[in-house]
Design a protein around this ligand. Structure first.
Ligand code: MF3
Ligand code: CO
Length: 268
């Protein structure tokens, strides 16, 4: 069963998603050459705490393994679930996926983005813009009356038309009181579209294209978490949590307008 959120659930999803988006927005500003992925993860921990939220990644359990970090930071050929380490120092030319999942007031907000450090090869630049656009296209298809397969198909077609590949082994997902709820949202059409779930109002969906520059295959490193491309080519990842409504999809993971000292100073 796909959970349908009521008014209260939607209000809480707005809050958790705004926090997730603000943390991601702040974290992006801290990505520079010379910074380690451990530093970034610690920054994520602090930012999440400042919002009075909790990292939904930290301690997240799959089988007997618990995720050991506060965020997922995946560099270059790392697709998702990278664990920040002091050894990985970011350099000019890297691309870095930042994935922030928070729990706030009982509800989860999930979003991710990929940023580049300085100049990257043209094809890598294209990988980033195509993946971001694929997310926008997927979101546009999250309309009431459509099926989940419409999202999957639209993302896959767009990505493959640019000669990139969509990751098969991981998928987007419903999100709410749990990080992973029904439905699964593959970034490729894995069965007849008519067999995929019908979209109704009040669903909260984490749509997240993961796109490889080379082949679609991935493998998991011996740390048990970090997913990398099998052929070592770079990968990009963009994600939003989206609410489905009769008026169309609404992106929930938008940072709240900052109300910092600068705004007050300008007003006085
Ligand atoms: N956005 C990722 C997902 O949807 C976050 C996973 S976090 C971890 O699966 F806990 F698995 F690390
Ligand atoms: Co997700």
């Amino acid at each position: 069963m796909i959970p349908i959120k009521n008014k209260d659930g939607i209000a809480r999803m707005r809050e958790s998603c705004a926090v997730a988006a603000s943390v991601l927005h702040e974290l992006k500003k801290r990505v520079f050459p010379g910074v380690s992925t451990y530093d970034l993860d610690q920054a994520a921990r602090e930012l999440i705490a400042q919002h009075g939220a909790r990292s939904a990644c930290y301690g997240y359990q799959i089988g007997s393994r618990r995720y050991p970090a506060y965020s997922c930071i995946s560099v270059n050929e790392e697709v998702v679930h990278g664990i920040g380490t002091l050894k990985r120092i970011l350099r000019e030319g890297d691309i870095v996926s930042l994935d922030i999942v928070v729990q706030y007031n009982g509800y989860i907000g999930d979003n991710a983005t990929t940023v580049k450090l300085g100049q990257v090869p043209a094809r890598v630049d294209e990988l980033l813009s195509v993946t971001e656009e694929a997310l926008a296209i997927g979101i546009r298809h999250a309309t009431v009356g459509n099926r989940i397969g419409d999202i999957s198909e639209a993302i896959q077609k767009f990505v493959e038309s640019h000669r990139f590949s969509v990751v098969r082994e991981m998928v987007g997902h419903g999100v709410g009181q749990s990080m992973h709820e029904e439905p699964q949202i593959p970034n490729f059409l894995d069965r007849k579209k008519s067999k995929t779930e019908l979209i109704r109002p009040g669903m909260t969906l984490a749509i997240e294209p993961m796109v490889n520059l080379g082949g679609y295959r991935t493998k998991t490193l011996s740390d048990g978490w970090t997913v990398v491309t099998s052929d070592g080519t770079p990968a990009a990842h963009f994600e939003h949590t989206v609410l489905t409504t009769d008026q169309g999809p609404e992106i929930l993971t938008i940072p709240r307008l900052e109300q910092p000292a600068t705004a007050k100073a300008a007003a006085s």
